[in-house]
Structures are given as structure tokens and as C-alpha cells.
Ligand binder design. Structure first.
Ligand SMILES: [Zn+2]
Ligand SMILES: [Zn+2]
Ligand SMILES: [Zn+2]
Length: 130
């Protein structure tokens, strides 16, 4: 075990490693499929919630109603997410990816934005090549 992230328990570190080795956003089910032998689903739920609170991952609710989690940029910290970019869900391979394109929206006066959930569904670049 590296002690770079020594605040993390062994199970948290395993989930973190999973995120680091996976492209795009992952659902609870995908984490469970990959790591489920060594931890139960409640543990995974708790870790994902904790990571979201800590600014490590952000949640994307897909148009399929499933929650996906993607790694945050370094700018995110505890309770402060700055992931105001577009998410793209591919109908073909079912991947969800964070796009670099960010969103800025002019809200009416006195409206304050704390979260943005912007999801585009379509065909991703690698599927489009085929
Ligand atoms: Zn974030
Ligand atoms: Zn695709
Ligand atoms: Zn994202």
C-alpha cells in the first residue's frame, strides 16, 4: 500500500485505484462488479458518498436514472465542486464521459447556482469511428 493517501482506508483506496484505472464515469454496479468480492454494496455506497463529499468524485445522474461517478478535477474540494462541464452518454457503448467543454448559463436575477447537471446523449467519438 502506498501511504500517499494515508487518510484512506484499504477499501477506500481500492475504490480510488479503480477510478484511477478507469476511463469515464462509473456506476455503483460497475464498482461492485469489479470489487464486489472484497466488499459489500453498502460499503461501496458509503465510499462513493464520502468521495463525493470530499471533492474526489462528482455524481452524474444519467437519463437512465442511474447515478454515475467521475473523478473530479483538482479544483474540487470538500463540499465545493466545480464540475460545470458537459457530460456525454453514448447510446452505443453506454459510457459516460466528462467533456472539457464547460457550461456557463446566465440565470435570472437572484438565482444562485450550486449544482449543474448537463447530460448529452448520442454517439461517442470512438463509436462514431466504426
Ligand atoms: Zn467535483
Ligand atoms: Zn460509445
Ligand atoms: Zn464530469
Amino acid at each position: 500500500m502506498s501511504n500517499k493517501n494515508r487518510r484512506h482506508t484499504k477499501t477506500q483506496q481500492m475504490v480510488l485505484d479503480y477510478f484511477e484505472n478507469t476511463d469515464g464515469a462509473v456506476s455503483h454496479e460497475m464498482v461492485e462488479k469489479s470489487l464486489g468480492d472484497s466488499m459489500n454494496r453498502v460499503t461501496i455506497y458509503r465510499i462513493l458518498n464520502r468521495f463525493e463529499e470530499d471533492g474526489i468524485v462528482h455524481k452524474i445522474v444519467g437519463d437512465d436514472g442511474v447515478s454515475y461517478y467521475a473523478r473530479c478535477e483538482s479544483a474540487c474540494d470538500h463540499d465545493h465542486h466545480h464540475d460545470n462541464h458537459i457530460h456525454f452518454r453514448c447510446e452505443k457503448c453506454n459510457s459516460i464521459n466528462c467533456l472539457e467543454q464547460s457550461i456557463s448559463i446566465d440565470l435570472p436575477k437572484n438565482y444562485q447556482m450550486t449544482n449543474i447537471n448537463f447530460l448529452i446523449t448520442g454517439i461517442c467519438a470512438s463509436c462514431n469511428k466504426e
